[in-house]
Design a protein around this ligand. Sequence first.
Ligand code: HAM
Length: 441
Amino acid sequence: MRKKTKKLKKGKEKKEKFIPQLLKGMKDVLPEESKYWRYVLEKMVKVAKSYGFEEIIVPVLEDVNLFKRTIGESTDIVEKEMFTFFDKGKREVALRPELTAGIARAYIEHGLDSLPQPIKLFSFGPVFRYEKPQAGRQREFYQFNLEVLGSASPITDSQLIALAHTLFKELKLSVEIQINSLGCKDCRKEYYKKLFEALRYKKKLLCENCQQRLNRSPLRIFDCKEKKCKEFTYNLPFLIDSICQSCKDHFIKVLENLDELQIPYNLNPRIVRGLDYYTRTVFEFWPSKGNLSEDEKSKFALGGGGRYDELIKYLGGKITPACGMAFGMERMIEEMKNQGVLLPKERKNIVFLTAISEPAKKKALSLFEELKEAKIEVKEALAKDSLRAQLDLANKIGARIVLILGQDEVAHKTIIIKDMKTGIQEVVDVNKIIAEIKKRL
Ligand code: HAM
C-alpha cells in the first residue's frame, strides 16, 4: 500500500489518501483463475499420494542463514533475490525462496531420520524471490514440492521423474524432460581443472558478475542470464564428460529406468540448476514449444529438481542421500491455457427436469413443485418444445442429474433418470424419484 504525501509550504507534510495497490511481482488469483488452482492442486496431491508421499508444512519465514548455507552464497537467489529483514528480536530472517531448505531443516530437527527410510514428503505454498517481474516470473509464486529423503538409489531419481510424467499426462500438458548429471565433489574437482584451463586468458569474455563468482562457484557461469556468458559457455567443457565411474553408473541406471518406463528425455549437459546443493542427477521440465530456442523454453520451466546427497549432512544431520523437485503453480496454469487444456465441466448438484409431449409437461409441472418442496435444487426449461434444446441447457449449466418424462413414462408412472457424470440412464418408479435423487446426490 502506497502512502502519498504532499509537501506543504511551511515544510509540513500532509497525508493524502492511501491508494491500495498490489506490490510489484505479486498476483491476485480471482475466482475464474482459482478454479485452475484447485483443479491442478487436487491432481498434484492425488498423484503424489499415489506414489506414497505424505504432506509436510513448513514455515514461510526462516533464519536467513538456512538459505545461505543450502542454496549457496553465490547463487542469484541468495545474492540478489531474497526478501530479508530483521525481526523485532534483531534476528535476520528471510521469506523462503524455495521449500527444500526448510524441509531439510525440519527433517533434522524432528529426527525424521529415525523413521523407516526413505521418507517421501510433499508440500505446497508460496515462495518469494525478488526478481525482475516479467512473463512467467513473479516475486511471489507457489510451488508444489516433493522430496524423497534417505535413498541413494537411482530408482528414486527415476521414480520422481515418472511421477512428474504422470502428473503432466493427467493435466494433458506436453513437456520436454531435460536431464543431466552434475557428479559428486570428486568429479567436480577434476572438472574445475579442465574448466579453468579452458578459461585461461578468456575470463574477460564473461560478465563481471561471473568473473567474480568464478572462483567461489564456477558452475554458476552456466546459468548466467547475460547473453555473452550464455554464448561463451557453449564452447566450454561440460561437467558430464568428467564425472567419475560411480556417478556415471548411477546416471546410466536412472536413464535405463526411464527407458524401461518409456519416458522420453533429452540429455542436456547445460542443465546445472540455479541452486548449489545438487549432486548427480538434475532435471527440468520445459513446455514443448517447437519454435522456441532452448533459452526461451528454460525461462518458462514448469518444474525442476535433482539429487542432493550432501545437504542434510552439511546442515548437521546424518549422511542422508536425497532427491526432490518442485513445480511452479502459475507457470503450469499459464501453460495449460497456452496449450488449450480445458478444465472438465464442474457438475453441480442440480437436477434438470425435462419433458416431451403435452401430458408429460403437465405431469412435469407438478413434479417440479414436489422436487422443490423436497429441497432439491431443480431447474427446467419446459417452455421449450424440443428435448434437444432442454438437454443442451442442462448440459450448459452443468446439471448432475437429468430427469426425462415422455408419454410412455407418464402412462407407466415411471421416469428416466440420467447421471450426467457417468452418462448412465435408468427407468425408475416416478413415486420413488425423490428418494432415488437423494441417494445419488
Ligand atoms: P527451481 O527450479 O528454482 O527449483 O524452482 C522450481 C520451479 O518454480 C521452476 O521450474 C518454476 O516453474 C518455478 N519458478 C521459479 N522461479 C519462479 C518465478 N520467479 N516466478 C514464477 N515461477 C517460478 C527449486 O526451487 C528447488 N527447490 C526444487 C527442488 C526440490 N530440488 C530438490 N527438491
